[in-house]
Design a protein around this ligand. Structure first.
Ligand SMILES: *Cc1c(COP(=O)(O)O)cnc(C)c1O
Length: 434
């Protein structure tokens, strides 16, 4: 399969380049030249298949031409080492829990698949693949965990000293092995600048076989469509779900569109946002007006210029009407989100995180406007990741910290302290990585 840039259909690359480069040089996004569908045979049987078998079928539809079946099966099985359970709050109100991975957020699916695919694509090179990433918190943790112990790879993470939470820092510094943490005496922007400079340094970048684990990498989207299919088949036969997706950069929602394109029967999608409502506003008015983000309590969705929007447009042939007839947009305030967290707890005894709560509000509104519909709301992170909000709404220590996170808290921090000077960083890389 060939891949092209959304900015220039004639800029075509193979799978390896699309994945390792992450972004085309023209700043578009990579899309497959043709969008696969799954055969009728699959849709006859998928209700009885396992999560892993569904994942393998989807991954084969996208990558089967380029990656041998047995390799792809290993990549999928290594990605899905945990379930994505569907919880019914009431018969028409379902929550899809995507936080059972090591870093407690849905991003584990994409990051783990990407790590394994990257390792596979570079396995015949005698050089290690080095992933260089700057983080302000969560992304670095998901990437570190995903690449931890993946043969042929190593990760160098730069994080700003004193500016990430204690638990986040442990996610970056306590893994060891092929994960190296650099504690930079500076801001997140300083870390980002050092990473950019390293990629611009041709000699360094080539000798080190550098890659980025960018969140818009195509290989992060495809595994996110696995759980749309896995969850839909758990509804009663013949019911088409309405998927409600708490959204920021819209990767998760785009993965849902890919699942529908593969042939999954879907009634409708709802894009649920906080006050950063650029996409809901576009769906309503037809005008796309990106703007600076504002801070909210569902902070992983504080995005003012969603990076996957161009992919969504491409999937609908750049037609506003087409997009509008498939996706509704809804946005909610922090106050409404806080009330929802309390309401979901008191009515159903369920602890929902601030991102999932935005989704739950949108699902409730959609069902009210479309009686008889059945919603699946994606719960994108575990509530334990947001102790301040959860404690304020449900009481102190109301949310139990999962063991996999608690264990990390007791591990020692191992990080190399560096100043933010480029030459110091370059010297460190040359001495330690080359
Ligand atoms: C990243 C993230 C989102 C937003 O997902 P997109 O794919 O960027 O729309 C929502 N919730 C949580 C908890 C996240 O970490």
């Amino acid at each position: 399969m060939k891949y092209h840039s959304t900015n220039n259909a004639s800029h075509q690359v193979d799978l390896k380049e699309a994945i390792l480069r992450s972004l085309p040089p023209d700043n578009g996004l990579y899309m497959p030249n043709s969008l696969p569908t799954l055969p009728e045979d699959f849709w006859k049987n998928y209700r009885n298949m396992s999560f892993k078998e569904i994942g393998f079928a989807v991954a084969s539809a996208f990558f089967g031409e380029d990656v041998a079946a047995e390799d792809l099966r290993k990549i999928v099985n290594g990605t899905i080492e945990f379930d994505a359970p569907l919880v019914a709050l009431s018969p028409d109100d379902h929550i899809l829990e995507l936080f059972h991975g090591p870093t407690l957020a849905f991003k584990d699916f994409g990051a783990r698949f990407m790590a394994r695919l990257m390792a596979h694509l570079t396995k015949n090179e005698d050089r290690m693949l080095t992933v260089l990433v700057a983080t302000s918190g969560d992304t670095g943790g998901a990437v570190a965990s995903a690449f931890h112990n993946v043969p042929g790879t190593r990760v160098v993470i730069l994080y700003p000293k004193g500016k990430v939470s204690g638990l986040q820092e442990k996610q970056l510094t306590a893994l060891g092995g092929n994960i190296t943490a650099l504690e930079i005496d500076g801001s997140f922007d300083d870390c980002q600048a050092l990473v950019k400079q390293a990629f611009l340094d041709r000699e360094l970048s080539e000798r080190m076989n550098l890659t980025s684990a960018n969140s818009i990498n195509l290989s992060r989207l495809v595994p996110q469509s696995f759980y749309y299919i896995h969850s839909a088949r758990q509804l009663p036969e013949g019911v088409k779900p309405v998927f409600v997706v708490p959204s920021g950069n819209f990767g998760n929602l785009t993965a849902g569109l890919l699942a529908k394109q593969l042939g999954l029967p879907v009634e409708h999608f709802v894009a649920a946002t906080n006050r950063n409502d650029v996409v809901p506003a576009y769906l309503e008015k037809g005008e796309y007006l990106p703007r600076p983000s504002v801070a909210t309590i569902s902070n992983a969705m504080d995005v003012g210029a969603p990076s996957n929007f161009v992919r969504m447009q491409a999937l609908f042939g750049n037609s506003w009407n087409e997009m509008k007839s498939n996706i509704s947009g809804m946005s909610f305030s922090d106050d409404e989100t806080r009330v929802a967290i309390r309401e979901v707890k008191s009515k159903f005894g369920y602890q929902i995180d601030p991102h999932g709560a935005v989704g739950w509000l949108a699902a409730r509104q959609y069902r009210k406007e479309h009686p008889g519909s059945m919603t699946i709301t994606l719960e994108t992170a575990h509530p334990a990741k947001f102790p301040d909000v959860m404690d304020a709404e449900l009481g102190k220590d109301s949310v139990e910290i999962p063991a996999r996170l608690a264990i990390l808290a007791n591990q020692p921090k191992v990080a190399t302290a560096l100043n933010k000077d480029w030459q110091t960083f370059r010297d460190w890389l040359t001495a330690n990585i080359l």
